[in-house]
Write a protein that binds this ligand. Structure first.
Ligand SMILES: Nc1nc2c(ncn2[C@@H]2O[C@H](COP(=O)(O)OP(=O)(O)O)[C@@H](O)[C@H]2O)c(=O)[nH]1
Ligand SMILES: [Mg+2]
Length: 335
């Protein structure tokens, strides 16, 4: 691989041969060893040949987990709610994993430290696994890494995977959309408008939660959502229910878990489940193909060729469409 490919690539394309270390790691993941799982997740997050070696073997074992996306504006109580839900699932003896995706907070950031403190609730329970995604260089990388991390957790036997994302940008919305069930959180006191409409979250909600229902005006938010829903068509024969919660006091959490179950049952009783699995696989496959094609292209070009072309585009000697065609043609001719 050329140095130019580095910013895009995440390691060489070659698969690694089976080695004892990776075999042990794989075995550990499949038998519930938490240290092995943590290491496998780091490998998979970073990408590269070892990640591909593991994912190839874990892929056939995944596909059983119920992936639940939880999204909403910063501060609406996503982490608190996820923590409460995880506890509820543990009471129901379900194995649950949490994936916290927040590209804006690095590992040492205040928000995540706050999350950690609340998450301590569940520390020591082997039926729970919590993973904070490291901040990625690119958002495309984040979507890739999140998909791969859920595959590993799924193959490791977690029955429910709760994915927390800040509903603040297109990539976060896309990640939330890749879940089987998407929960959109609203809170009272942010004006009369329904917040999720602006963020493009309204359309992707399977369940609405009005959290912080201990604050005044929760009913107003509920009513506004109801009116919005009355005006929109039900998707897949499902009208998103609206629930009220006080996540800090575990109020409404059992009802939320029941509603998540009801949505899963609905998807499985209709073509919905298959459709979503198909959609998720398509997004992932497309993402991988796109990346691989770009990596192949870079690998086949002489060093500096991309920068040369870029300089010509900047100097307006060539337009980017023609430049792209030229680079692809050169690569195909093997120049
Ligand atoms: N009053 C009240 N505060 C809440 C509730 N849920 C969460 N909070 C608080 O809201 C703040 C933000 O919560 P957090 O879970 O970090 O929000 P996130 O940014 O969406 O993950 C914290 O101080 C929580 O304790 C609730 O139902 N009622
Ligand atoms: Mg949070």
């Amino acid at each position: 691989m050329t140095p130019e490919a580095k910013p895009l690539g995440e390691g060489s394309q070659a698969d690694v041969g089976g080695n004892a270390d990776l075999e042990n790691l794989l075995e550990g993941v499949l038998t519930g060893n938490r240290r092995a799982l943590a290491r496998a997740l780091t490998i998979v997050e970073n990408g590269g040949p070892e990640a591909r070696w593991l994912l190839k073997r874990l892929h056939p074992r995944a596909g059983r987990a119920h992936i639940v996306g939880i999204t909403g504006a910063p501060g609406v109580g996503k982490s608190t709610l996820v923590n409460a839900l995880a506890r509820e699932y543990r009471n129901r003896e379900r194995r649950v994993a949490i994936v916290a995706v927040d590209p804006s907070s690095p590992f040492t950031g205040g928000a995540l430290l706050g999350d950690r403190v609340r998450m301590r609730d569940l520390a020591g329970d082997t039926g729970v696994f919590i993973r904070s995604m490291a901040s990625r260089g690119s958002l495309g990388g984040l979507a890739r890494a999140t998909g791969d991390v859920t595959t590993v957790l799924d193959a490791a036997g977690f029955e429910v995977i709760l994915v927390e994302t800040v509903g603040a940008g297109q990539v976060e919305v896309d990640i939330a959309k890749e879940a089987h069930t998407t929960i959109v959180i609203e809170v009272p006191g942010m004006g009369d408008e329904v917040q999720s409409i602006k963020a493009g979250l309204f359309e992707i909600a399977d369940i609405f939660v009005v959290n912080k229902a201990d604050y005044p005006n929760a009913e107003r938010v509920e009513l506004a959502l109801k009116m919005m829903l009355d005006m929109s068509k039900p998707r897949e024969g499902w009208r998103p229910p609206i629930l009220k919660t006080v996540a800090t006091r575990y109020e409404g959490i059992a009802e939320l878990a029941d509603t998540i179950e009801a949505h899963r049952a609905h998807l499985q009783a209709t073509t919905g489940w298959h459709r979503r699995v198909h959609q998720r696989a398509q997004e992932e496959f497309y993402r991988i193909l796109r990346r691989q094609l770009v990596e192949n292209l870079f690998a086949s070009l002489p060093p500096g060729r991309f920068e040369e072309m870029l300089d010509r585009i900047v100097a307006r000697e060539i337009d980017p469409y023609t430049a792209a065609q030229e680079l692809i043609a050169e690569s195909e001719r093997g120049e």
